[in-house]
Write a new protein. Structure first.
Length: 590
């Protein structure tokens, strides 16, 4: 009961933040559609499972038919969504229960994130700052971009698992902490291999301590053993079987498990029995690493170059390099960089530097080192991969809160009233300098007034326009990559490809449809039994094709040069540009 009462302030903060988020995202909530193609396809995958598709079968049969598309997403993320949906379906009906699940699950994820941040802040600083950290978490733009109503992809849970891993590093019981850390890292990588670099950071720290600080290695031993056991359990739990011949590079596969098993067979006894000698332990570590890599190369040599090593070159050139969230920060628009980095991250970095220099006596240096180490690792990764800013921001919040608290105390200590008021107000700028700076620039330049918030191609891909496709007979459709998941979500149609890389052959064919000469495009369309082309003249993806291939099909359609085998189709109240592919027999008779 006492523990429950102690969490009441945190509960009230969470409820207040939930109310604000529901209010500011209400326009998206009422659409019933997730924010981006990953959210949308996740809901398609959930619907397929609840409609009878096997738990172990995550194939998207409506993408790239008749070949279909295997997905790299296990169903763990769908469990909480399905639970909320099935619980509320009798009360709200199918549509409203689905929307409720898309609101409730991200908000619960946010609540867990806030609780973990308070636990970490409490370890490094104190309880009062921990509650402030929970409140100021809501000002961290990179976190809210991944945890908000209707954002149901796996990125929010990755933040939760990253914070869980961090929290275990403060536990005094090495055995329990190691088991919990290994389980968290295994689940993180089972959900997405995007977590590999940051997962490695925690293991590297434990390895460093064992090799160079002559520790007994209890925490490292249990972390590695737990990680191996849970990785196998999660793999079987998601796949249902074990086929060493089927190895994907973008998810935990048999090759990865055999490599980990080989390395563990060497390093676990080494941790137990090798003497406290740096050279000997380094040698044992090197042997384990080489053996693990050799096994990975033997089972899946194609994966040695990374998750996207086998991607079709055409897809790499026209899709992968345009996925901004996976690119370094110097490829981003300056407002994106300032918005993501210019808040908790930059203030947290400044706070860390100040604390290290001033060395306050009340702060445990060992715990501060763990927090600073993980934050700097995540910050370095976010420089090269934009979406990593979310975890970097989560690690930065406790540091930012310390700086905000110190600044507020000093501001309130100013004796003269007017300077004290201005100093106190300035603390707000310290909380979120990036977004405030962008707001000032927009106000001065007038950009916020002239842009009207319009997104290129948004009028075409909105739910109302795409839902009008239900007026067409069920067909195979080719459409820009980001249209695909919404078409699957809102209609019974099939699509050739979406912005999901495992079906890179179909993705390459889709690019060729728009960039090839009309007759070659016709051949590809016929090979996939495509009946309709659905597009939008101001879609950014298609503009690239028209610019680089002026003789291609899309460039000719933009110029009004329609081949005789395409028939324009007009649907009332739709902003889409639609063409029906005539059958060869019909087009030859004209």
């Amino acid at each position: 009961m006492e523990r429950l009462r102690g969490n009441i302030p945190l509960l009230l903060i969470w409820l207040a933040v939930c109310a604000v988020l529901i209010s500011v995202t209400y326009s998206q909530i009422i659409t019933g559609i997730g924010w981006d193609p990953d959210d949308q396809l996740r809901m398609v995958q959930l619907r397929d499972w609840l409609s009878g598709q096997s738990w172990f079968d995550t194939t998207q049969y409506r993408i790239g038919a008749p070949d279909s598309q295997p997905m790299h997403w296990p169903r763990w993320i769908e469990l909480p969504l399905a639970s909320v949906f099935l619980l509320l379906k009798p009360l709200l009906g199918v549509t409203n229960a689905e929307i409720a699940a898309m609101v409730v699950v991200p908000l619960v994820t946010l609540g867990i994130t806030m609780w973990l941040v308070t636990k970490i802040t409490e370890e490094v600083f104190d309880r009062n700052l921990a509650l402030l950290a929970a409140a100021l978490l809501a000002t961290a733009v990179p976190i809210l971009a991944q945890i908000r109503p209707m954002r149901v992809d796996h990125h929010g849970w990755q933040i939760v698992l990253a914070l869980t891993a961090m929290w275990t590093m403060f536990w005094p019981d090495n055995r329990k902490a190691g088991i919990a850390l290994g389980a968290a890292l295994a689940l993180w990588l089972s959900i997405s291999l995007e977590g590999l670099p940051l997962s490695a950071a925690f293991v590297v720290l434990l390895v460093w301590r064992w090799v160079f600080q002559t520790e007994e290695g209890v925490r490292l031993f249990w972390t590695l053993l737990s990680f191996l056991i849970f990785s196998f359990l999660l793999y079987f739990g998601a796949q249902g079987s074990f086929d060493s011949a089927i190895n994907y590079c973008d998810a935990i596969s048999p090759a990865h498990l055999w490599a980990c098993t080989t390395a563990a067979a060497i390093i676990l006894p080494a941790i137990r029995y090798l003497p406290a000698n740096m050279a000997v332990r380094t040698g044992g570590l090197a042997v384990a690493a080489v053996a693990g890599l050799a096994v990975l190369h033997a089972f899946a040599p194609q994966c040695m170059g990374g998750a996207f090593n086998t991607l079709d070159p055409l897809v790499r050139e026209y899709w992968l390099v345009n996925v901004l969230e996976g690119l370094p920060i110097w490829y981003q628009k300056w407002k994106t960089m300032v918005g993501l980095l210019g808040g908790a991250i930059v203030v947290g970095l400044g706070s860390l530097i100040y604390i290290v220099r001033s060395q306050p006596e009340q702060i445990d240096r060992g715990k501060l080192f763990i927090l600073g180490y993980a934050f700097l690792w995540a910050l370095l990764l976010s420089v090269f991969v934009q979406r990593a800013t979310a975890v970097a921001a989560a690690f930065a919040v406790p540091l930012m809160v310390w700086a905000v608290h110190q600044a507020f105390v000093k501001a309130r200590g100013v004796k003269r009233p007017l300077p004290r008021i201005f100093a106190t107000a300035a603390v707000v700028f310290l909380i979120m300098p990036g977004p405030l700076a962008i707001a000032v620039v927009n106000a001065v330049s007038g950009e916020d007034k002239t842009s009207d918030g319009k997104v290129e191609g948004a009028g075409c891909r909105d739910g109302d326009s795409l839902e009008r496709l239900n007026g067409l007979p069920q067909s195979n459709i080719v459409a820009p990559f980001n249209f695909g998941p919404r078409i699957l979500l809102l209609t019974p149609h099939n699509v050739l490809a979406t912005s999901h890389h495992r079906n890179d052959r179909a993705m390459a064919d889709q690019i060729r449809v728009f960039t090839s000469a009309p007759e070659e495009a016709r051949r590809i369309l016929d090979a996939h039994s495509i009946r309709y082309i659905v597009a939008c003249y101001d879609e950014a993806e298609l503009n690239i094709y028209a610019k680089n291939y002026p003789e291609g099909l899309w460039a000719q359609l933009v110029d009004g040069q329609k081949p005789d085998w395409l028939k324009p189709v007009h649907i009332r109240d739709s902003n889409l540009d639609i063409w029906m592919v005539r059958s060869k027999k019909l087009s030859n008779s004209m």
